[in-house]
Design a protein. Sequence first.
Length: 271
Amino acid sequence: MVIPIRLKAVLDAAERSGRLNLRTEEIAAALPGVGPEALRQALHRQQRRGRMVRLSRGAEHWLIVPLHHAQSGAPPLETWLDHYLGKTLGIPYYVALLSAAELYSASPYGVMVTQVMVPKPRRPIRVGRHQLQFHVQKRIDQLPTRWHEIPEGRFKLSTPELTALDLVQRESLVGGMARVREVLRALHDKFSAAGLTEALDSLGEVPTAQRLGALLTQDEAPTFAAQIAHWLEGKPYRAIVLEGNGNDGHALVLDRRFKVRMPLAFRSANA
């Protein structure tokens, strides 16, 4: 019973100092004379008791679960997401899509999973009640992000403008363009001219810019729609449909400014 007692003391000391993220080698260094197998067994006992959780196999990253978070099985994302992805795994990332919109108070929907952009495919993970779903985004280091911070920690999330572009580009992941439009109506109030230019330049997706411009035109954000139209000047772009392939039988009307064919009822919904 000596090893579990010693391990508990290490965990308690780390928690008191505000350190909830520990790697196996750090724990081993604090327990000299304890062999790898004995340490492994002691760690898994603490995991079964709910005192710790391992974030993924092979990462050797352990998360201490304070007593007041025992019911949810893990502390808030802010305490560990950046430590895990950014530091332990060395993966660039940002919280995105509806998860980012919710943090900007722009999503009318309760988000059941946390949507995270990463450069390569990763399997979803569950940490306590937190479910993380990963999506691939190329050139992720070049895209504009900011820190979301609370007293317990922080993580990166997309800027409001990048969030909007991501939602439009990946509308099928969030329930379709009608749902995206609902979010955009609250989100575009968080835009800035500089932020929109930075997001457009960094992502460089002309069809996505066309669709966002058409949506902003309909939803009474003419200043930002005009900015997107200016960004598109000189860039080759063709007529596209707002959503899907346009062969669903609904009447479409062309937004001539952005060359986007929109469902007639959709376009006139906020006229």
